[in-house]
Ligand binder design. Structure first.
Ligand SMILES: Nc1ncnc2c1ncn2[C@@H]1O[C@H](COP(=O)(O)OP(=O)(O)O)[C@@H](O)[C@H]1O
Ligand SMILES: Nc1ccn([C@@H]2O[C@H](COP(=O)(O)O)[C@@H](O)[C@H]2O)c(=O)n1
Length: 224
């Protein structure tokens, strides 16, 4: 990689569609895009028992290791590779694995509080907030957490009411004001086209840009 990276932050409430937006950009543009899930920077809680980890408030900014994220983002932006931590939602903990991530032209940081920390925000060239109604988000979250994250319905609902919703209102939703762009309802065709065009415009080699006019889909359904 010869030129500095272009860094995008994608924030928004749980279930808003942040990962889907980031994944769509990455799959469309290709290997020039590196995704950085904020979830990977949840603090290591190996010193706590599983039952204690279950009770942690994962929607408060204090749940994240901001220093490590800043350090690793800065390294990637400076053209250095990093050893990115990995996260296991079923264990409520970081895994022992680290994945080597090489610097690339486009970095996409995605997570509920991607626009929360001022120093992180200053590293971003484009700040995006995905804004989706709370009822849609909780329905998506129930389905996802039960199927993919090993949770039961009651647990998802209790967690939502006790921590996810109040923390969203206190810490996540206010970061909308920090965004350059707000995407309503997650991945929609027009928003994705614009975002992908912007990303492609940042690629140094014009000839390396893939076309934007391919079919974009979420869960097998073409975007309108
Ligand atoms: N635009 C969309 N239309 C339909 N379903 C969507 C859309 N965006 C996301 N989803 C679904 O909602 C769930 C949560 O989306 P995800 O991108 O993981 O949200 P987030 O990263 O904001 O928590 C996933 O199952 C995903 O497939
Ligand atoms: N052990 C954990 C860690 C995090 N969460 C929840 O994940 C949400 C953030 O991820 P999204 O993909 O939904 O943006 C956040 O709201 C945490 O509550 C968890 O349940 N368990």
């Amino acid at each position: 990689m010869s030129s500095p990276s272009f860094a995008i932050g994608i924030a928004g409430g749980t279930g808003a569609g942040k990962t889907t937006v980031a994944r769509t950009v990455s799959e469309t543009v290709g290997e020039a895009v590196t995704r950085i899930p904020l979830d990977n920077y949840y603090k290591d809680l190996s010193h706590l028992a599983f039952e204690e980890r279950e009770q942690v408030n994962y929607d408060h900014p204090s749940a994240f290791e901001w220093d490590l994220l800043r350090e690793q983002l800065e390294a990637l932006l400076a053209g250095r590779s990093i050893e990115m931590p990995q996260y296991d939602f079923e264990a409520h903990n970081r895994t022992d694995d680290r994945v080597t991530v090489e610097p690339s032209e486009i970095l996409v940081l995605e997570g509920i509080l991607s626009l929360y920390d001022e120093e992180i925000r200053d590293l971003l060239d484009l700040r995006v907030y995905v804004m989706t109604d709370a009822d849609v988000r909780i329905l998506r979250r129930i389905e996802r957490d039960v199927i993919e994250r090993g949770r039961d319905l009651k647990g998802v609902i209790d967690q939502y009411l006790e921590t996810v919703k109040p923390m969203h209102e206190q810490f996540v939703a206010p970061t909308k004001k920090q965004a350059d762009v707000i995407i309503p309802e997650g991945a929609n065709r027009m928003a994705m086209d614009l975002l992908i065009e912007k990303v492609q415009a940042e690629l140094p080699d014009e000839s390396a840009r893939p076309g934007v006019d391919r079919e974009l889909s979420v869960n097998g359904q073409a975007l309108d």
